[in-house]
Design a protein around this ligand. Structure first.
Ligand code: FEO
Length: 399
């Protein structure tokens, strides 16, 4: 019978042995329209090594790719760079089947894996930050990358190949037959890498900047970056590193995102006039209805937008549920250096807009303008006030 799955060579001695998840559409709240991959790697060193495993339902695909190169029971070493279940879901079963001599994880990884699965509570060796392990003819070194994006995350560096196994970092959710970034359309790479950073790594942007400075000061250079999702960076890995450096700084463009939820189109009208006001003063505004855009699309736009303007109708003394959804999500992503404003139409009491203003405050957005509230249907002068709000915000961004 023909082999279903084959390993893909990354270098002469390193193979991709992961799995492609063509149908994944949600990654805890982040919409993944192009699916994803769970990347794992096989190193054919004297001591044969696996770096990471895959999500539980993909175990057979993963082991089958390993078996296309070598008997899986010849694997001596397993490294777990990141214990989130998309990379460790089948780890316990894989260890049981292949019986490696050593399993390595960061100190926090050892703790986390034990908490995720009782059968991983023994037999895993913690490797301290900076420690190296000999594979005979090759050497692995480890660098803890705490909170990027879990406490356990660590980089593994294959010295002889200058190859970085970077766990989630430098990855993207993209299911494809192409295994290398240089085989994928650049516009797709740009969009998916930025969406991934905006939805997963943004809360830890400050740590990312520190990590990249650490990599620089250690003089580490990479010929290949092999992340746990999406394509491998084998040509010009600096392309993605430079983008991470820029995104992590959260330097914002003169651009506004106007997000709104509306019941009877009054708040929608306000949003459009605010957007016009912004754009008329040279600040392009993306006007995004919560009914038309997914929260992770809004997060993508907020990766570089300098202003977040949020509108809601008031429903039963509250902001609209979908507006609350988006704001809860954005608050968790902790975008910095943002100017905010709240607006909305209401019929009786109008708490919704004020609640939005409070959440923007909690997000530490600068709020130079009072919330703009309109009763029922905006009049011509109300709409002029909306336009003026947009113009004033633009003036602040342009100052
Ligand atoms: Fe791909 Fe944090 O797991």
């Amino acid at each position: 019978m023909a082999e279903a799955y084959r390993a893909i060579p990354i270098t002469e001695r390193v193979y991709w042995v992961g799995a492609v998840d063509w149908t994944l559409r949600d990654f805890h709240g982040y919409t993944t329209r192009r699916g994803s991959s769970y990347n794992a790697y096989l190193i054919l060193a004297d001591r044969v090594t696996l770096v990471d495993t895959v999500k539980k339902p993909f175990k057979e695909e993963f082991l089958s790719r390993v078996a296309s190169v070598i008997d899986p029971r010849k694997v001596e070493v397993v490294v777990s760079n990141h214990s989130e279940m998309d990379h460790s879901g089948c780890l316990a079963e894989v260890i049981e089947e292949i019986r490696p001599r050593e399993v390595y994880a960061s100190p926090m990884g050892v703790k986390t894996l034990a908490e995720l699965s009782p059968s991983l509570s023994t037999g895993i060796t913690a490797v301290a930050d900076g420690r190296s392990v000999s594979l005979g003819n090759m050497t692995l070194s480890f660098m803890e990358t705490r909170m990027l994006h879990w406490p356990d995350s660590m980089f593994t560096y294959l010295q002889e190949e200058k190859l970085l196994f970077s766990h989630d970092a430098f990855g993207m959710h993209l299911a494809s037959h192409e295994r290398f970034a240089d085989e994928v359309d650049t516009a797709v790479l740009e969009y998916e890498a930025a969406t991934y950073f905006a939805n997963i790594l943004l809360p830890y942007a400050g740590l990312m900047t520190k990590l990249l400075a650490r990599v620089d000061s250690a003089g580490l250079s990479f010929d290949v970056i092999a992340p746990d999702h999406g394509p491998v960076w084998r040509r010009n890995p600096g392309w993605i590193v430079e983008r991470y450096r820029r995104w992590a700084q959260q330097k914002r463009a003169k651009k506004a995102v106007v997000v709104y939820g509306t019941m009877w189109h009054s708040t929608e009208k306000m949003a459009r006039y605010i957007g016009e006001g912004l754009s008329s003063r040279g600040v392009p505004a993306k006007v995004m209805a919560v009914d038309a855009f997914h929260r992770s699309d809004i997060a993508y736009e907020m990766l570089d937008a300098a202003a977040l303007v949020v509108g809601t109708s008031t429903l039963n003394n509250n902001m609209l549920p979908k507006v609350a959804d988006v704001l809860t999500y954005l608050k968790g992503l902790r975008p910095l250096n943002v100017v905010g404003a709240a607006f909305g139409s209401y019929g009786w009491s109008g708490e919704g807009t004020l609640q939005v203003n409070e959440v923007l405050k909690e997000m530490k957005a600068a709020l130079p303008l009072e919330p703009l509230r309109v009763r029922h249907v905006p009049t011509t002068s109300d709409l002029a006030a909306c336009r003026e709000l947009g113009e004033k915000l633009a003036d602040i961004l342009n100052a």
